[in-house]
Design a protein around this ligand. Structure first.
Ligand code: PMT
Length: 401
């Protein structure tokens, strides 16, 4: 099999020397590494260092020289399985999020259509500047993976956020992407996310604390793994990942109808949404006026969307639900796995540190029919990758059976 190609873009910061260690580690792992440096980066570390490690010429050039080497940089852009900026300076980040291409590095970056990872390293003041923060948000919205810098002692003498992430951490991120891209190519994945709102009157509703992060990160991971992704989302304050189709809904009933529209031609369905179990029996047409000491509202059950999917499963479809519990997590999750006829239930406990609503991390137990495993604390994106890797394997098995 062909070696996978990692293109490393090195820009001009003191952390540039760390890119040499990363290069060495990646070569040892069996990847082909191509290095492109900005002119400034060569002030910190020489191309010869990288050339010795990679056995390839390092590309450095200003725009004038790009023209005659254009064939080379386009061919590298095509060959790249991943493009990693280590370190990414504030200047280079600003350029790439605006599509500027005035040297070899930024030109190749613009031409490449592969997963892209940005590892910022800079002075704390530059990092925390709202302009840089805005550019990093833009980078995320464009679908680039960000390996956040750490807090530490910086070369300039300051202590603060801006230190290049640990090399092993960057390496793990690269390997994870290289191992999982393409795993869901040709698959249609449907994800539901966020809370539902059940209206009481034109002014009020009942809902829950779901931020939608878990579902959105699953959608983003599925996209990165090559799937064609549709996200059915309750009301949340999140940007839809680039390349993901979204259907916005408000109530459980809306979500049910959207799922019924979408489910039939999906290979994998993941229900991360926190769906309201009950809705007011009657939504008042006018605002409920403040009256006596007590207010009584009668609630009726909403359709259970996941159970419905379990009953209407299309031949080789894989169905994954979630279980959010505050007690007896695994018993309740196992019960949901059976009753709702799912292939997997992702159980999370509201009381566990780093798990559940709102935060960027989760701690989950994955329950399958004959197999249960608890994962360590990790980002919701990584949880998404773990879930999808297993569901992809199940989907493959079922397709071959
Ligand atoms: O959005 P975040 O802030 O990132 O938080 C993530 C999360 C905690 C919401 C998520 O990790 C999670 O656990 N989602 C499911 C929450 C939930 O509703 O759990 P449940 O145990 O009540 O429901 C079990 C399953 O049935 C879920 O897959 C749910 O989508 C589904 N369900 C529930 C009720 C209903 N009427 N229809 C359904 O389909």
């Amino acid at each position: 099999t062909m070696k996978k190609t990692v293109v490393l873009g090195v820009s001009g910061g003191i952390a540039a020397f760390k890119a040499a260690q990363l290069t060495s580690n990646l070569i040892k792992k069996g990847y082909d590494v191509e290095v492109i440096m900005t002119q400034n980066a060569t002030e910190f570390i020489t191309p010869l260092t990288f050339e010795s490690l990679t056995k390839h010429n390092v590309m450095v050039s200003t725009f004038e020289k790009v023209a005659d080497r254009s064939v080379k940089h386009i061919s590298i852009a095509h060959r790249a399985d991943i493009f990693v900026l280590v370190p990414a300076t504030a200047n280079v980040i600003a350029k790439i999020v605006h599509g500027l291409a005035d040297d070899m590095l930024t030109t190749t970056f613009l031409a490449a259509d592969c997963p892209k990872v940005i590892c910022p390293a800079m002075n704390t003041g530059m990092y925390e500047n709202p302009v840089t923060q805005k550019n990093l948000e833009a980078a995320k919205a464009l679908g680039y993976e960000l390996v956040e810098p750490e807090v530490g002692y910086l070369a300039c003498g300051d202590t603060g956020k801006g230190k290049l992430a640990d090399i092993t951490h960057i390496e793990e991120c690269i390997c994870r992407i290289l191992e999982t891209t393409g795993l869901l190519r040709g698959k249609r994945v449907l994800v539901t996310a966020g809370p539902t709102r059940e209206a009481l009157d034109p002014v009020r509703f009942i809902s829950n604390h779901s931020s939608g992060k878990m579902g959105y990160e699953i959608a983003r991971a599925a996209r990165d793994m090559g799937a064609d992704v549709t996200l059915i989302s309750g009301p949340v304050q999140l940007n839809v990942p680039h390349g993901v189709r979204v259907v916005q809904v408000v109530s459980a009933q809306d979500m049910f109808e959207a799922v019924q529209q979408e489910y039939a031609d999906c290979d994998i369905i993941i229900k991360a949404a926190a769906v309201g179990d009950y809705r007011a029996q009657k939504t008042e047409e006018n605002k409920i006026k403040k009256q006596g000491e007590f207010l009584e509202i009668t609630f009726v059950k909403n359709p259970d969307i996941l159970a419905w999917l379990g009953e209407h499963r299309v031949s080789n479809q894989i169905i994954c639900g979630f279980a959010m519990e505050t007690e007896h997590l695994l018993e309740h999750a196992a019960e949901k796995l059976n009753r709702k006829n799912c292939d997997m239930i992702v159980a999370n406990n509201l009381h566990e540190q780093g798990a559940g609503f709102q935060g960027d991390t989760n701690v989950v137990t994955l329950l399958q029919k004959n197999h249960t495993e608890t994962l360590d604390l990790m980002s919701k994106y990584e949880v998404g990758v773990e879930i999808l890797t297993r569901l992809a394997a199940l989907s493959k098995e079922r397709g071959e059976a």
